[in-house]
Ligand binder design. Structure first.
Ligand code: MOS
Length: 731
């Protein structure tokens, strides 16, 4: 969006609190008499703990106790058989080591520093077993979890017979979320009731996890997470910090805080799995796709079957009669992977959109033209219509803005001084789901409103988006509305993941706001002289904190006036919204985007700079334009990291993650980012949800790594199929 347009849009309602330090993150919460826990982590990848010697650590000043499976009471969860899968990991509950850096004990002390120092003195002995952490070493045992997808058409025959084809392998290493805020929990047991402040994306999930672990009723647990300093999927599952802090607090009868150090992100917290993808694509001489065969394998742990299903994009992104997809997983002795921003889709698209780019050169066809010739007007898998799909318009407007028509097709044909210039593009897509969610709307007698929903805001701007939605429906200015979230006592919602919060929670807020206005009118009509008696609800206009009958300004009453004489001082409505599953089921519902990237490559040193990106996005109605613009920019920045820098290194001899820190794990900084332009293509969608809004948080990343790789090929003539595209791969 243009800067001028954006300046007129609402800014983050929590922005001031965040930049002034008033927004409280988990590590900042405290209880009186609180103790600090510091984790001790395993130094082997597989085996059993023989013994944990704690005497030296417990002699240190300030140390209260060292807790481990040896002295902690059992959790309420049943212990599965050793070979059972899944066998979810609960830290400090057994002597078994399943991965390196596994939390195995916690030192609790009066201060963080005392706990951390004493943790270095805990001596652990092991019975070590051989481990395997390298995906390539375990490919022989890869398997398809669940059912195999049947072929569409006859892909192998079509590929064999095709005149134009590409077969290639694509690789993506393990990547870590590396959010700014470390994982952290503050836990306090008080008279059988547990209160935790936890970095989480899902308040309800965390509550349920604790209820199961301790065998207590959910009503006795309160989970709070008012601000989350980035998560990207890393807080979709409860981590060891949560269960260990809660166990330690129960055992020591004191509040306990655990805050991870940066390197402790290499605990049981997940990561984007390491993946190898083999793609075959073919086309006829007109550039019509005749086959896509997409086979992928990524690692999982030895104790859970985590699968990203990263081949799904190949079934639906393009019209193609013959498609085979196979998604396998293989066991490694690492912690279980986890969803990480645009999980599965960004990885699958990297392979598919790179392969299509390769095919375009074989066909001597413009890569954009190749996409247009294979545009899917209906879902190629089911034949169902799309609820809306303005992808063609994303291509058109994006190409125009970018200047794509000025691209010279030959690799190495564009230069800027000593730099080789490359232009590449890719397509993005993301499913637009909706789940049941609830919200409470309270209209106060002073003309303000409070809106509550037990969701979280991991950064995309949920506080703001929900405030905007309530403001539009209630006809109240944004400043008069307080939206609160992050508390399990509030109306339940799904966790914040999959770019579904606006769709799900937003619908709940919209519908609850409408019901609150109806309740307000009921309150007005309790008085004999109400001008709204007998007037249909849709004949009323709500604006600037007042209501009037359409075309009759003399009937205007402020919310304050209405509520003044009312027996209750406020109107309060609790509402649970549900998706219209029958209607939604008739369609395929997704967001789309086209992403255009310019790179400049210094061939002498192999350095790539992403100088310019244009994102065309079709995601239904854009409710919070400034926030959405930021999300799309964030997707590009993430894509620059994934494309050029991010790589978690595992020392396979030790089975240990070697760079769990921001010194060894590179992410983009300001100087790495060029010009990013976002275009939101108008898209009307009456099916997705009553807001007409589709999720876009993850969409903005999806095509970027592929578009970067494609631009690098155009610049240099070098096709790099392995991420990240670091200088060593280019010189
Ligand atoms: Mo995300 S990976 O849906 O937090």
């Amino acid at each position: 969006m243009m800067q001028d347009d954006l300046r007129r849009q609402p800014s983050r309602v929590d922005g001031r609190a965040k930049v002034t330090g008033k927004a409280t993150y988990i590590a900042e919460f405290r209880f009186p008499n609180m103790a600090y826990g510091y984790l001790v982590q395993s130094t082997i990848a597989k085996g059993k703990i023989r013994d944990i010697e704690t005497a030296e650590a417990e002699k240190q000043p300030g140390v209260i106790k060292v807790l481990s499976h040896k002295n902690l009471p059992k959790l309420a969860v049943p212990t599965p058989a050793p070979d059972a899968i899944p066998r979810p990991f609960y830290a400090l509950t057994s002597d078994e080591i399943r991965f390196n850096a596994q939390p195995i004990a916690v030192v609790v002390a009066e201060t963080f520093e005392e706990a951390r120092y004493a943790a270095s003195l805990v001596k652990v002995t092991y019975d070590q077993a051989p481990h395997a952490t390298d995906l390539r070493s375990v490919l022989g045992s890869a398997f398809v979890p669940g059912r195999e997808q049947p072929d569409r058409g006859t892909p192998e025959n079509a590929f064999a017979a095709a005149e134009f084809k590409v077969e290639a392998e694509y690789y993506i290493p393990i990547e870590h979320h590396n959010a700014m805020e470390p994982h952290a929990t503050v836990a306090n047991w008080d008279d059988g009731k547990l209160t935790v402040y936890d970095k989480t994306q899902g308040i309800q999930g965390t509550t349920g996890y604790l209820a199961t672990a301790f065998g207590i009723d959910r009503a006795n647990i309160r989970v709070l997470s008012p601000f989350v300093g980035g998560a990207f999927g890393a807080a979709l599952r409860p981590g060891p910090n949560l269960i260990v802090a809660a166990m330690a607090s129960r055992e020591l009868k004191r509040p306990v805080k655990i805050v991870y150090s940066r390197r402790q992100l290499a605990t049981a917290h997940g990561y984007r799995p390491e993946s190898i993808q083999n793609i075959k694509v073919s086309a006829d001489k007109d550039g019509k796709l005749t086959s896509i065969i997409h086979q992928a394998v990524h690692n999982t742990s030895a104790y859970e079957n985590f699968s990203e299903g990263l081949v799904g994009v190949s079934r639906g992104l393009y019209a193609c009669p013959n498609v085979r997809t196979v998604a396998k997983i293989a066991r490694t002795d690492l912690q279980t992977p986890l969803w990480m921003r645009s999980p599965g889709v960004v990885s699958g698209i990297f392979a598919l959109e790179s392969a299509l780019d390769e095919l375009s050169y074989k066909l001597k066809l413009d890569p954009l033209e190749l996409r247009l010739r294979n545009y899917a007007d209906t879902d190629p898998e089911t034949g169902r219509p799309f609820s809306s799909k303005e992808l063609r318009e994303c291509y058109r407007q994006g190409a125009e803005r970018f200047g794509w028509s000025k691209r010279s097709p030959e690799p190495r044909s564009m230069r800027d001084g000593k730099y080789l210039v490359g232009w590449g593009l890719a397509t993005g897509t993301w499913p637009a789901s909706q789940a049941p969610a609830s919200a409470r709307v309270i209209l106060n007698a002073d003309g303000t409103a409070r809106v509550e929903s037990g969701t979280t805001d991991i950064g995309p701007g949920t506080y703001t988006t929900m405030t905007i939605i309530a403001s539009e429906v209630l006809g109240l200015p944004i400043e008069k509305i307080t939206f609160v979230l992050g508390d399990s006592d509030m109306p339940p919602t799904p966790g914040q993941g999959g770019s579904t919060t606006t769709s799900s929670v937003g619908t709940a807020v919209k519908e609850a706001s409408e019901l609150a206005l109806k309740a307000l009118i009921d309150a007005a009509n309790a008085k004999e002289d109400s001008p709204f008696r007998g007037v249909a609800f849709d004949q009323l206009v709500f604006e600037k904190g007042s209501v009037a009958v359409k075309g009759r300004p003399e009937t205007r009453r402020s919310f304050q006036d209405i509520l003044k004489g009312h027996s209750e001082s406020s109107v309060s409505v609790l509402h649970r919204s549900t998706p219209d599953a029958a209607e939604r089921g008739k369609y395929v519902i997704a967001s789309h985007g086209a992403q255009f990237v310019e790179v400049k490559v210094d061939e002498e040193i192999g350095q790539v700079r992403v100088t310019r990106v244009v994102q065309g996005t079709a995601a239904g109605r854009i409710i919070n334009p400034k926030g959405a613009h930021s999300q799309e920019m964030g997707g590009v920045v993430w894509g620059v990291g994934m494309g050029l820098m991010e790589h978690t290194e595992v020392d396979h001899k030790l089975g240990r993650i070697m760079n769990p820190n921001l010194a060894g794990y590179h992410v983009p900084v300001n100087a790495d980012i060029g010009v990013i332009e976002t275009i939101f293509v108008p898209e009307e969608d009456k099916i997705v949800n009553p807001l007409g809004a589709k999720g876009l948080g993850e969409l903005g990343l999806v095509g970027i790594p592929a578009a970067i790789a494609n631009a690098i090929y155009h610049a240099t003539g070098k096709r790099i199929r392995s991420l990240p595209i670091t200088p060593d791969k280019l010189v």
